[in-house]
Design a protein around this ligand. Sequence first.
Ligand code: F0G
Length: 462
Amino acid sequence: MTTTDPEHRTVIEPFKVKVMEPLPFRSRPERERVLETAGWNLFLVPAREVTFDFLTDSGTTAMSAAQWAAMMVADESYAGSRSFERFEAVVHELTGFPHVIPTHQGRAAERLVFSTLVKAGDVVPSNNHFDTTRANLEHLGATALDLVIPEGRDPRSLHPFKGNIDLARLEACCREHAGRIPLGMITITNNTGGGQPVSLANLRGAAAIYRSHGIPFVIDACRFAENAWFIKVREPGQLERTPRQIAREVFDLADAALMSGKKDGMSNIGGFIATRRSEWMPALRSLLILTEGFPTYGGLAARDLEALAVGLEEGLDERYLEYRVAVSRYMADGLVRRGMPVMQPPGGHAVYLDAREFLPHLSPAQLPAQALACELYLALGVRGCEIGSVMFGKTGPDGQLVPAALELVRLAFPRRVYTQAHCDYILEGIEGVVARKDALRGMRIVEEPPFLRHFTARFAPL
Ligand code: F0G
């Protein structure tokens, strides 16, 4: 990774540590007992048993001294709080959208927008819907359509913008389902497809298609700053622009953004809806008051609004973004050098291990990504997240598994939490996992709920 600093080759953590938290260490036999009790589901493992928690980059950010300081001066008034004014001004300045509704997290923003605009039988296209987005749409009886470009489904493709939506398929979809598409989406970066960025050219193209069909364009903007960084460094003609300028152009293309502040908002909780559609506001506000809270706090404490207001600015800092993207690149290169295949190029917030390629002796029905995720925990105390047939596969009417397109294990990196020495320690340990790979056994599902089964299902080794 090259740096913007001509004197150095190493990208360093652009911060120093003020408050530290000890890492829990456990032996392999201790972890075996933990995993057995948790039904071989890493979501059910207590965090105190995890040494390196890469389950998610969501809400796990280390906040800055400036964020903690802002929280102390928050105005916790029920209505019209000063903290809301500050938060609203930051979101307004960042996105250009005149209307800002705080929500307790991203999926609350999804639920509010979808339940006021989407009805049963509707179709909502995107590059890839994240699991909560899809579940919220399906819960309303709508169809969530994934139209990512073919390269986005190929773990080996080196396409620089694998999150792009297939514009030809989008155009065809808009024609085929005319009158049944209440809104169209794009997720930046594309989490489900590997944390892959979407290019400015593709966003412009999608916006033009949605506009020509009179379909409102809604951006799932969780990782808008990382996406802006990728545009800056990968898209011709963008290098001289700041991430803020690029992000602003992206928001200018859309009618609304749904945001989980737990990612590029650099906060532990919070989110928002921002939109230029004044006509959506009465219904959104009413539902917000009914289920989240008054429009100037939306289910958050004012101190959370303060943390977000500061975090949204910090997340656009160039030194920070350069370091942020270097983390996943460093881990991906180190893993590949040691014989662990990863989805290329690595995304902004995570590295996705390709379990299908790593464990060719396991069929999709033997849940290779779940098996690999469990082994990483047993061997290293690393908690990753299965993104394969457990999360996206379906059980068909005959009881057989309809597998997901990819069998991935996501290692998502919390922001500003782990250091390069932690990465090196994990990479050393990966060598042992690679040496034992032929002995890894598959998994089967023992118990599963009807929705979002990966959170609570129980498994057993084969
Ligand atoms: N959209 C995307 C692209 C996401 O990645 C997430 C959350 C959400 C929406 C929902 O936001 O959690 O604040 O309600 N992703 C987390 C993850 C959970 O681990 O990737 P939320």
